[in-house]
Design a protein around this ligand. Structure first.
Ligand SMILES: *Cc1c(COP(=O)(O)O)cnc(C)c1O
Length: 444
């Protein structure tokens, strides 16, 4: 049976690629398949960790000590409930690991209530929606043209849970929330949740203003820090913002993006009533067992962040600024020029002159530079994103600084402006990476 006949919702390229790989595995013995899967994993590690410049904004490299813990047998041992009240016996070590993670999570995020047993940032958002609203309630969230995330929208967790979504007005000139517009929409729509946050973050959000509006209309203010989790830490917030201190009542995020931990999600709150609802959703609501190998890796990542977070965030923000300025010097259309491009590790280009963000990202990938398309306001380009998004969190952890941001900007520009062959650019990317093979900002 052809994949396209079995799953007609796949696109033509998806069906072709899927079918090719399934055919390959169908031709292999279990032993051969085992070897192949390990070989693919090794090749992927080499590709990303040694040979590419990864500017994809939603990823990072883990501390090798944290990564090693993902191979522990903890990952397949169930661990239900809180330490002291576990359902299974023999979990004394797992209990200690869980509390190590919680202790450092509290220190890093300065929050009394932390839910860390969450498999992903998307699920963290679902937990928050369930704790704060009922199906049929209204939530205000950013539109996809302002890089609003799928989980905030009809097609994602919010819509699947039954929330009605109304757009938060976005000031495309200044790349920020239109606060007066938000107040107007909130008074008209009477939402249960106002959700700030998106997958492209160039400037802080107006949290205090949004909280005043939320209080006026009886809504709860939620902040999705998926990409900026490192920037809202006690170590990083002076350079960005502190959503809990400024009035956000629930903060959610992914732990593998700027934070640099394992894949997973987290929720923070200072409100005991909300915390109790979230905990009951986490357990026994939507997780029975959770992956304690991941929790161990997260604990180590957070401990490292306690030590090096401040330096790491400062280096990352300096690189964000340097990359944006260098891209602009090369004549590329960097977004938000009048505001100095960015105050985070994210940088965005208007990708419409290059045939769209996804198209541009695929061209860069041929030279081993990885990135992605992203929604930006403005007249849309059919079948693609208006924006091309970069993040400097990973190159920062590989020890690169503003000089290297300049080199990278030159390589990006020569590819997008078609000034050199892809092979010549690829050779330069490989040569640049060769000098940066040691991770910084990790405990030794
Ligand atoms: C990445 C992202 C998420 C989802 O995180 P996962 O951990 O990948 O599920 C949620 N919200 C925003 C704004 C994101 O960019």
């Amino acid at each position: 049976m052809r994949e396209r006949d079995l799953r007609p919702w796949l696109t033509e390229p998806e069906a072709a690629r899927t079918e090719g790989l399934i055919n390959l595995f169908e031709s292999l013995s279990p032993e051969q398949a085992t070897e192949q899967i390990a070989a693919y994993a090794r090749r992927s590690d080499v590709r990303y960790d040694e040979e590419s410049v990864v500017l994809y904004a939603g990823t990072n490299v883990m501390d090798p000590k944290a990564r090693a813990l993902l191979g522990s047998s903890l990952s397949s041992r169930p661990s239900l409930g809180h330490p002291g009240g576990k359902y299974e016996t023999g979990l004394e070590d797992a209990e200690a690991i869980e509390m190590g993670c919680l202790t450092f999570a509290r220190q890093v995020f300065g929050a009394p209530f932390v839910e860390y047993r969450v498999a992903s940032g998307s699920l963290a958002n679902l937990y928050a929606f369930m704790a704060l609203a009922k199906p049929g309630d209204t939530m205000l969230a950013l539109p996809t043209s302002a890089a609003g995330h799928a989980t905030h929208r009809e097609s994602g967790a919010a819509g699947l849970y039954g929330l009605r979504i109304v757009d938060i007005p976005w000031d495309a000139e200044r790349m920020e929330v239109d606060t007066a517009g938000l107040a107007e929409v909130a008074r008209r729509e009477r939402p249960r949740i106002i959700l700030l946050g998106a997958s492209l973050v160039l400037f802080p959000y107006p949290v205090r203003e949004a909280r005043a509006i939320a209080d006026e209309v009886g809504a709860t203010l939620m902040y999705d820090a998926a990409h900026v989790s490192a920037l809202i830490t006690t170590q990083g917030r002076a350079a960005f913002q502190s959503p809990l201190d400024e009035g956000a009542q629930v903060v959610t995020f992914s732990t593998y993006k700027s934070l640099g931990g394992p894949s997973g999600g987290m929720l923070l709150t200072s409100d005991a009533a909300i915390a109790e609802r979230i905990e009951r959703i986490a357990y026994p609501g939507l997780t029975a067992n959770f992956d304690d190998g991941r929790v161990a890796a997260l604990g180590v990542s957070l401990a490292g962040f306690c030590r090096y977070g401040e330096e790491y965030v400062a280096a990352m923000l300096a690189n964000g600024k340097a990359l944006a300025e260098a891209l602009a010097e090369y004549g590329l259309p960097v977004v938000a020029a009048e505001r100095g491009y960015t105050t985070t590790h994210h940088v965005a280009l208007d990708a419409r002159p290059f045939g769209g963000g996804d198209h541009a990202a695929r061209r860069l990938a041929r030279c081993a530079i990885h990135s992605s398309g992203i929604g930006l306001p403005g007249e849309e380009i059919p079948g693609d994103y208006n924006g091309l998004r970069f993040g400097v969190q990973e190159v920062t952890r590989w020890g690169m600084g503003p000089d290297q941001m300049h080199i990278i900007a030159g390589l990006v520009a020569s590819r997008l402006q078609d000034r050199r062959t892809p092979h010549a650019i690829w050779r330069d990317v490989r040569a640049l990476r060769r000098d940066f093979q040691r991770l910084r900002f990790v405990l030794t």
